[in-house]
Design a protein around this ligand. Structure first.
Ligand code: MG
Length: 260
């Protein structure tokens, strides 16, 4: 079921969005060469407790997960792109790290993700390829958000994302994509990262969506790591992921999880 939020409810969702942005910024600032993924999870967990927020991940146990997630952030490194289960790993110079984070504050959920390269990232083909991949997910996210307007349909968001990906030479996996957000992390409608403009559910003021382009460098196929969660590219190529929770209004969409 697709639920529309009143302007007042969207205002009530702002603190969750701001908090998600704060945590992602803090985690990003803490991710240095040598930082352990478990330390990043602990940092986010501490912030959740201090804020009195509620993790959407720790008890999360959908059909595609082997067991409850048990952590509060997703940390996907290099060939991992989604659902990376934080584990005992110290970040290395040049690692491409994607952090995904969803939390409930006062009963409203916000969900956001960001990718970046850890360390000094010296000039190299590798660094240039990573920068292009990350930037493409960010530009695709901006294009998807720009299409999130009344009068458009879900397919317009999907088509806008896909156009950016294809123009940059990436193929698209539609197994996982964006979704409605509200009292829970995943609601209707599904927002695929590829689709046909003018098709699908009509966008209306009050629709709150997580839009989340993610691309792999040279494949669109993934497999599940033996940890039961982490999704990796089948060819070892790197992945990147950008996500915001947005609210559709009569005017420009509100990016609830915008970071400074
Ligand atoms: Mg997310």
């Amino acid at each position: 079921m697709i639920e529309l939020r009143t302007p007042r409810e969207i205002e009530e969702m702002r603190p969750a969005g701001r908090f998600v942005a704060e945590v992602l910024t803090a985690v990003r600032q803490a991710a240095h060469v040598g930082t352990n993924l478990l330390e990043l999870d602990e940092l986010a967990h501490r912030m959740i407790k201090e804020r009195g927020a509620e993790s959407c991940y720790i008890d999360y146990h959908p059909s595609f997960g082997a067991m409850p997630f048990g952590k509060v952030i997703c940390t996907s490194v290099n060939d991992a792109v989604l659902h990376g289960l934080p584990h005992d790993y110290a970040l290395r110079d040049g690692d491409l790290l994607s952090i995904d984070f969803a939390v409930a504050v006062d009963g409203w959920v916000a969900d956001s993700a960001t990718s970046f390269v850890v360390g000094t990232s010296p000039t190299s083909e590798r660094a240039a390829a990573d920068a292009k991949l990350i930037r493409t997910t960010e530009v695709a996210l901006e294009a998807g958000i720009a299409a999130a307007r009344p009068g458009n349909k879900i397919g317009d968001i999907s088509a806008a994302i896909a156009q950016v990906a294809r123009a940059a030479g990436y193929s698209i996996n539609t197994d996982f994509g964006g979704h409605g957000v509200g009292r829970t992390m995943h609601g209707d409608p599904h927002v695929p990262n590829d689709g046909r403009a003018g098709r699908g559910f009509p966008l209306r003021p009050g629709l709150v969506l997580a839009i989340e382009p993610w691309f792999l460098e040279t494949t669109d196929e993934i497999y599940t790591d033996p940890d039961g969660w982490t999704l990796r590219s089948v060819d070892g190529s790197r992945g990147a992921h950008s996500e915001h929770t947005i609210a559709i209004t009569e005017d420009d969409p509100i990016v609830l999880t915008a970071r400074d």
